[in-house]
Design a protein around this ligand. Sequence first.
Ligand code: GH3
Ligand code: MG
Ligand code: MG
Ligand code: MG
Length: 323
Amino acid sequence: MADQKINAGIGVPAKAPFRVLLVDDQAIIFEAVRRMLSAANDIELHYCGEGAKALQMASEVKPDVILQDLIMPDVDGLMLVKFYRANAATTEIPVVVLSSKEEAKTKAEAFHCGANDYLVKLPDQIEMLARLRYHAKTHKTLLERNAAVEELKRISLTDGLTKINNRRHFDMTLLGEFKRARREKSSLAVVMLDVDHFKQFNDNYGHQAGDECLVQVAEALQSSISRPADMVARYGGEEFVAILPDTSREGMLHVAEKIRQAVFNLQIPHEYSSVESVVTVSLGVAQMMPAPEAEDSQVELLIKLADQGLYEAKESGRNRIAG
Ligand code: GH3
Ligand code: MG
Ligand code: MG
Ligand code: MG
């Protein structure tokens, strides 16, 4: 009867139970909290009796709420609260202090250290449940929002058609790699490619076939690069680009040839091309070792050079590399 009252008073319990991690050196407190929470079927209680193990346990259990004691023999509870906040795995977890200390100063200090709430031992059962549920729900909402933000970030950096990186991602990465090359005195290479006679392809096979062709070219490009630091992107329309950090001229030419070959090997019929009867690409390459005093804006020279190479490759017959 009492149990039902608790749930009815608080509202409908969450579908998936939420986890509470109690960090308290006294087993008797654990027993009391366990009894209080046993009335709720939506709470899973975990217990840590040693402050020194709390951070590790919080990282493993991934609780929705940490119920934290202040006076512990091995570690100061407030220091632990600060630790939770400073540690990536626990930084978002709400911390409810559960202490026998009643002074306003201690409470204020707890909030200052990053606690989300403060309960004096031992609180009323209904109040404790309400507060724990409130913080757990807030935490779950925050996690969902974080996941949504991550997904939006991913979408904002991905090309919708080909699913490889988009121009924005490319621009950001290229500047980052330019700075790194300047710092580490290493070389940075760029390969630009453009589908040959793609207007003819579209005009004769249709826009949808054109889109499918671009998807395949992107896949061929992606599979032609092997180093984790390399990145490929759709630069715009039927133009693509690869960033090759710390790569020599020979290495860059090798990758460019690999890309050219990979696209040719797709054997996508293109009867209206003056080059081959299949889809081909022309490539422009550029490589530089940024001087220590080079300004950020000079990264654009790399693109300009690669673009010039691309123009040359087109002029001298297409399906080739220049630069
Ligand atoms: P070149 O060999 O000199 O590169 O000739 P081209 O015909 O490929 O060059 P041009 O720049 O004249 O044509 C590019 C074409 O790419 C025109 C445009 O309609 C097409 N295009 C750009 N983006 C897309 C896309 O997302 N999907 C499709 N299907 N076509 C696209
Ligand atoms: Mg204690
Ligand atoms: Mg073009
Ligand atoms: Mg083209």
